[in-house]
Design a protein around this ligand. Structure first.
Ligand SMILES: Cc1cc2nc3c(=O)[nH]c(=O)nc-3n(C[C@H](O)[C@H](O)[C@H](O)COP(=O)(O)O)c2cc1C
Length: 160
């Protein structure tokens, strides 16, 4: 299995970062954590939801403050983030804008509190040129002991 993965994730409160760490272990891939400027989001979940909704309504997605390596060097991009209101979070949306013309393989991973909504369909709609394969979504409680599930998911993906 020679598939080279780049893991790109945003995590507001650390849960998706844990899933990214597990996926790093399972895939042996490189990893980039997406970051936004300090103060972009409040500490409160509901206030953060308000900020995100405003960003969506005004089409002003948050600027990312990290550099992304050359994505052309990878066979697959694993793009991760939290589910926000059943959709892709605004920092991940910012990153996906950079994939507007990307025609490679993208595999979504995400965490939620039990209501993922139409996360994967939303993500796929944002990068129509890419091949978006079935992703993996877990709650914080499901993260513990998920390695076998993650390994199976990755092996199916890498075998494509
Ligand atoms: C703004 C906001 C909106 C959210 N919307 C949802 C949602 O629609 N469905 C859900 O199950 N969880 C929702 N959550 C909970 C997060 O998806 C969940 O806690 C996730 O694991 C957090 O990941 P993170 O720690 O990587 O940010 C929301 C959280 C925030 C902050």
């Amino acid at each position: 299995m020679a598939t080279k993965a780049l893991i790109i994730d945003y995590s507001w409160s650390g849960t998706t970062a844990k899933l990214a760490t597990a996926l790093q272990r399972v895939t042996g891939g490189d990893r980039v954590d997406l970051t936004v400027a300090a103060g972009t989001f409040p500490n409160d979940m509901y206030a953060t939801s308000d900020v995100a909704n405003r960003q969506l309504a005004t089409h002003q997605l948050p600027a990312l403050t990290n550099a992304v390596p050359d994505i052309g060097a990878y066979d697959v991009l694993l793009v991760g983030g939290p589910v926000w209101s059943g959709k892709v979070s605004t920092p991940v949306r910012s990153f996906l804008q950079q994939l507007a013309n990307f025609s490679g393989i993208v595999a979504p991973f995400y965490t939620d509190a039990g209501t993922p909504g139409d996360y994967e369909a939303d993500l796929a709609s944002l990068i129509p040129a890419a091949t978006v394969v079935p992703g993996i979504g877990l709650t914080a409680g499901e993260l513990q002991g998920a390695d076998r599930q993650l390994t199976r998911w990755w092996q199916r993906l890498a075998a494509k």
